[in-house]
Design a protein around this ligand. Structure first.
Ligand SMILES: [Zn+2]
Length: 200
C-alpha cells in the first residue's frame, strides 16, 4: 500500500494500475479535493465529468457509478462513498484568474497550477485543464436553476474510494480556495487542509 499526503493547497500526481484502489480522505473534514485522471498510455484521454453525468443521469458521483473519459471509455468506478454524496462535478478547477475575479492581488495557489506542476513532475505538459470531480465539495442546483455552494458539512475522516478500470495517472489537489465570498463556501472556515491518498 502506498500513502501520499497532499499538503494543504498543493497537488500530487500518482500512477494507479488497473484493479488498484485509490482512496482520498479529508482528515480534518470539509476540504475540497479536485480530482483528475488520465489514461497512463495516452494523457490526451482524461476523465470527463461532463461525459459521465449523461451516462449516470446524475450530476453527482455516486457509489457504484462508472466514471468515463472524454472518449467515453470506463476509467474508474466509485466503490465506496464515505462522504454521503457531498461532491461536485460542475465547478471548473480554480485558477489565478478566478482569484483575481474575486479581488485577490498577486499570485494565488490554484488547482489548475497544482495539476500542471504535479503532471510536469511525471514528465507531462498539461495544455488543457480538464473539468475535475470536486470531491467533498458542497454544491446544489436549485429548482429555478440557481447554482449554490452552502457551508461544507463533510466531517473529519470522510473519504471516497475508487477502483481503476485502466492504468491511470491520478491527480489530487487540495483546493486552495480561501476567500470569504458571501454564499460561496468551498472549504472549512479555517483555510485549506491536507488530504490523504491511499493506493492499494
Ligand atoms: Zn481549487
Amino acid at each position: 500500500m502506498t500513502q501520499i499526503v497532499v499538503p494543504a493547497s498543493e497537488g500530487r500526481a500518482v500512477p494507479v494500475k488497473v484493479g488498484q484502489r485509490l482512496r482520498i480522505t479529508t482528515p480534518k473534514g470539509a476540504q475540497a479535493a479536485d480530482f483528475f485522471a488520465y489514461n497512463a498510455e495516452n494523457v490526451g484521454e482524461w476523465l470527463s465529468p461532463n461525459h459521465t453525468w449523461v451516462t449516470t443521469f446524475c450530476v453527482k458521483p455516486r457509489e457504484g457509478d462508472t466514471l468515463i473519459s472524454r472518449f467515453r471509455r470506463p476509467m474508474l468506478k466509485i466503490v465506496e462513498d464515505g462522504a454521503k454524496g457531498v461532491h461536485d462535478m460542475m465547478i471548473a478547477a480554480c485558477d489565478q484568474f478566478r482569484y483575481e475575479f474575486f479581488g485577490h492581488h498577486g499570485p494565488h495557489a490554484s488547482c489548475s497550477e497544482n495539476l500542471c506542476v504535479a503532471m510536469r513532475r511525471l514528465g507531462h505538459q498539461v495544455d488543457v485543464i480538464p473539468q475535475p470531480i470536486n470531491f467533498f465539495t458542497n454544491t446544489k442546483v436549485e429548482s429555478d436553476g440557481r447554482f449554490v455552494s452552502p457551508p461544507n458539512p463533510v466531517p473529519p475522516g470522510a473519504y471516497v474510494e475508487m477502483e481503476a478500470l485502466m492504468d491511470l495517472i491520478c491527480v489530487v489537489s487540495s483546493c486552495p480556495f480561501d476567500l470569504p465570498v458571501e454564499g460561496w463556501t468551498i472549504n472549512a472556515g479555517g483555510g485549506p487542509t491536507e488530504l490523504i491518498v491511499d493506493i492499494e
